[in-house]
Design a protein around this ligand. Structure first.
Ligand SMILES: [Zn+2]
Ligand SMILES: [Zn+2]
Length: 204
């Protein structure tokens, strides 16, 4: 303000500063424009989106949050390589060579770094996650006594076949979720409502 001379330095179309500023401004405005109170489902799903922004894997960007029975945030995290390992964005993802990504899944990371005894901490909790869990993580979630899982997208298994890369929704976890009596719901960003995939029988 107050300067007659135009600033001649060219602005980059999407500098890091612009994107950052936009992210905070838009997000704040959007959140403040919501009428009434944001539901717990929406709040937790929003957090998963932000956490996914921390991910360094090229293919899977997954954030997750555990909400306790008493609606307290228990723990949160995202997928990434073990401490001290190189990141996919720096050295390339092993998936490109037909191997597994070295990143640990978001659920594994959260469980490992959570404070307190796992079973006591997570029993009866809800897991909010950007993509549905894989079969392996589902086994841990069953052991933890998780009561409900809310996800936004089906996890896409990425395989290199003769024709090229093939992605297929991985619904293998449902078998264990059903046996464990865990309620599974697919959340819609448009409505904030969930579609019940499995009814479950555990109390939240
Ligand atoms: Zn990767
Ligand atoms: Zn997993």
């Amino acid at each position: 303000m107050g300067k007659n001379k135009k600033n001649k330095t060219k602005k980059k179309p999407h500098s890091e500063k612009d994107t950052r500023d936009k992210l905070f401004t838009n997000l704040t405005e959007l959140v403040e424009s919501v009428e009434g109170r944001i539901s717990w489902d929406d709040t937790c799903m929003l957090i998963t989106v932000i956490l996914a922004g921390r991910v360094t894997c090229i293919y899977h960007k997954i954030g997750c949050v555990f909400l306790g029975r008493d609606k307290r945030l228990l723990a949160m995290g995202y997928n990434g390589p073990p401490t001290g390992f190189p990141h996919c964005i720096d050295v390339g993802c092993a998936k490109d060579k037909g191997r597994s990504c070295i990143g640990a899944h978001a659920e594994q990371n959260v469980i490992v770094f959570a404070s307190g005894p796992p079973r006591e901490t997570f029993k009866g909790s809800t897991l909010y996650i950007t993509s549905s869990p894989c079969n392996q993580c589902m086994k841990s979630l069953a052991n933890l006594g998780v009561a409900r899982i809310v996800f936004r997208k089906w996890y896409q298994r990425r395989e290199i076949k003769e024709k090229g890369v093939v992605e297929t929704p991985d619904k293998g976890f449902l078998q264990i979720a059903e046996l464990a009596g865990i309620r599974v719901e697919k959340w819609s960003p448009k409505t904030g409502e969930t579609k019940v995939i499995l009814k479950g029988r555990k109390k939240e």
